[in-house]
Design a protein around this ligand. Structure first.
Ligand code: C5P
Length: 317
């Protein structure tokens, strides 16, 4: 086999709580991550010239080392030099459907697909936990993107425990094309404003357990109670992103006032805002209403749904 096509789904955060600082400079988190049907297609193909080459249909996506998919291939070449020498380089083609810099893990899911694609191309037979370990070296969301579904992420967000699957909760995503929020900026600003509430020793299990408030939404997920899940959505990063980006706040407010919306929240570090629905029809109606109410050509809206998987291989040649 010389090439593989993979589907790389986006994610939303149903829950994101910041607990404290970590010695490595990151934040200690409790997150609930959820895969959604909105996805990119990634093709990985062996080439014979020992180079890594990225091509993307989206002009805003870099094709050099600043692209996480490129760095995923580079990491594989460094970790498995014999396979790299034997099979040659890799051409990576990204068909981008997921909005860029949106808080939807678009870059992370592309990197996850490249790790899996190269594992197959080079016949390495890596386990899921080995792939997740490599993913964690690229970014905090990459390990989740590998197996996807519904999961709790702790630590930096990379230590995963699966939760019951939540299929077919319908979602409207809204993002202004030209609006981007830097994840590093969001966490740094949160630290500047709220670090007085951080627990000081994140290894203190009792203090951690007292600090985390995700119990109610986890219970709702086990009960598959969509209304309750929507009621318990939470994202600490809204505390810094909403005041700095009034357009994001406005989207939150417009969604909150629509009929059929069970709950609404910003995903990750934003600026994408999502709303949850029982039915596809309700989601389509609200998408139409918001498009007409805000009449802004810069605003993109998508109807999608929750799914129970991460990266999927769709074909091999
Ligand atoms: O891991 P990733 O590269 O996605 O993180 C982007 C940035 O977000 C990091 O450089 C860091 O500033 C911040 N971050 C954090 N704590 C986390 C995850 C990310 O402070 N748990």
């Amino acid at each position: 086999m010389h090439s593989y096509s993979l589907i790389a789904p986006a994610k939303i955060n149903l829950y994101l709580e910041i607990i404290g600082d970590r010695p490595d400079g990151y934040h200690e988190l409790a997150m609930i991550l959820q895969s959604i049907a909105l996805a990119d297609q990634i093709d990985v193909r062996s080439n014979s010239n020992r180079t890594i080459h990225v091509h993307c249909n989206h002009p805003q996506v870099p094709t050099d080392k600043s692209n996480l998919a490129y760095r995923a291939a580079e990491l594989m070449a460094k970790e498995f030099p014999e396979a790299f020498a034997r099979y040659g380089g890799v051409d990576i083609s990204i068909n981008k459907q997921i909005p860029v810099a949106a808080g939807l893990a678009g870059g992370s899911t592309n990197a996850a697909a490249v790790l899996i694609g190269i594992d197959l191309l080079w016949k390495l037979g890596l386990t899921q936990s080995e792939l997740e370990g490599l993913g964690a070296r690229l970014g905090s969301d990459v390990p989740f993107c590998i197996s996807g579904g519904t999961a709790i992420g702790t630590g930096r967000g990379e230590q995963l425990s699966p939760l019951p699957n939540l299929n077919n909760i319908y979602i409207v995503l809204a993002k202004y094309r030209s609006l981007e929020v830097s994840t590093a900026w969001a966490y740094k600003t949160y630290r500047q404003q709220f670090s007085n509430s951080y627990i000081k020793n994140t290894n203190d299990l009792v203090a951690r357990a007292n600090a985390v408030h995700s119990g109610a939404i986890v219970k709702a997920i086990f009960a598959r109670d969509t209304g309750k899940i929507a009621e318990k959505l939470h994202n600490d990063l809204e505390r810094v992103v909403l005041p700095a980006y009034p357009q994001v706040l406005q989207l939150r407010e417009v969604f909150a006032n629509q009929q059929g919306v069970l709950g609404t929240m910003m995903s990750g570090s934003g600026p994408t805002v999502f709303a949850l629905f029982e039915s596809e029809q309700q989601a389509e109606q609200v998408k139409l209403y918001v498009t007409e109410a805000l009449t802004d050509g810069d605003l993109e809206l998508f109807v999608t749904r929750t799914i129970s998987h991460g990266i999927q291989v769709t074909s091999s040649v």
